[in-house]
Design a protein around this ligand. Structure first.
Ligand code: C2O
Length: 342
């Protein structure tokens, strides 16, 4: 049967998956007596997610203000910056029992829930920020790392006085360092190859290496499954490479290079906004081929999140398939890798 919403009261101290030691932080969410089945609200105003490197000064200021307000919320408010970061930890670091199989713990990565779960995570994060600045059109800027023009860390994250700044980044990878989508912990020997290799990598993840739906989404993961049945092309490839590329400020990868701490890194949300965008683009490239699993084990899987009103809601995968129905669209930019058939 599909993965179903965890019982928050059974959340326990998780595991640091880089060191395999018990976590030294508690990332369980605050409890709530009431859970509402979430219905996508009618879309009256569309949110717009711009490419971070193209966003205006004004836009950046708005985003910074929203994040500053989020950081200023009381610590136990489920919408506060740290609580939001902990949502990622709770769903990744084996803190929850699987509902229906208490012998198994929940980890939504490296499986077919990678895209839908992160879509919901960003969806609420974005709505919380929008609410804090009273802007129902606010959308998260995406880090356009699949395009050579968006290939360095976006400027808005580099200013030390900004609430988007994080000292726990690999200091060798601040601009003008160019992102390496094949990064596995060591600098590339020939820097002139990074851009052509990035374009080839994108083409492979989005087209060449995708024969089945599992190839793109990741492997089936249901109640009773062990963690990590297998990631899809993007999750395994560019997505993980950039987690490692940005992180590595400490031996165990904090913040961005470790599951429990990745959500403390503002860049995470722009990184994942791009992953989310790639999912939508991939669907658009499928033509008449299947875009989603038709199985109830995927469509009816459900998770819990706190919404922008601090209400605990139950959401399902089936509601994530079309981003405009969720009330947001992406700025359209070139896809140079599409012409980069190796
Ligand atoms: Cu939930 Cu990029 O990892």
């Amino acid at each position: 049967s599909p993965i179903s919403a965890p019982d928050l009261s059974k959340c326990a101290r998780g595991t640091n998956l880089n060191t395999q030691q018990p976590l030294d932080v508690n990332c369980c969410p605050p409890p709530s007596q009431k859970i509402i089945d979430y219905k996508l609200p009618p879309v009256t105003k569309m949110r717009f997610r711009p490419a971070a490197h193209l966003a205006s000064q004004e836009y950046m200021a708005k985003y910074e203000k929203a994040v500053a307000l989020m950081k200023a919320l009381p610590e136990d408010d489920p919408r506060s910056f740290m609580q939001q970061a902990n949502v990622h930890c709770a769903y990744c670091n084996l803190t929850y029992e699987q509902t229906g199989d208490p012998s198994m713990r929940l980890q939504i990565h490296n499986s077919w829930h990678f895209f839908p779960w992160h879509r919901w995570y960003l969806y609420f994060y974005e709505r919380i920020l929008g609410k804090l600045i009273d802007d129902p059109t606010f959308g998260l800027p995406f880090w356009n790392w699949d395009n050579p023009s968006g290939i360095v860390m976006p400027n808005m994250f580099v200013n030390k006085d900004s609430p988007l700044f994080n000292p726990r980044r690999n200091q060798d990878h601040l601009p003008p360092a160019i992102t390496d989508l094949n990064y596995a912990g060591k600098p590339t020997t020939d820097p002139s190859k990074i851009i052509p290799n990035n374009l080839t990598e994108m083409y492979s993840e989005m087209i060449r290496n995708v024969a089945t739906l599992e190839d793109f989404y990741g492997a089936k993961y249901v109640t009773g499954s062990k963690p990590d049945p297998g990631p899809g092309t993007v999750e395994r490839g560019s997505h993980t490479a950039l987690h490692v590329w940005v992180g590595q400020a400490t031996p165990s990868g904090e913040d961005m290079g470790n599951f429990y701490s990745a959500g403390r890194e503002s860049l995470f949300f722009s990184h994942h906004a791009n992953v989310d965008r790639l999912w939508s683009i991939w669907r658009g490239l499928r033509g008449s081929k299947a875009k989603d699993f038709a199985e109830s084990d995927w469509l009816n899987a459900n998770f819990l999140f706190y919404d922008e009103n601090a209400q605990l809601v139950r959401v399902k995968v089936a509601d994530t398939l079309e981003n405009p129905k969720m009330g947001y669209v992406f700025q359209e930019v070139d896809l140079p890798w599409l012409k980069n058939r190796p």
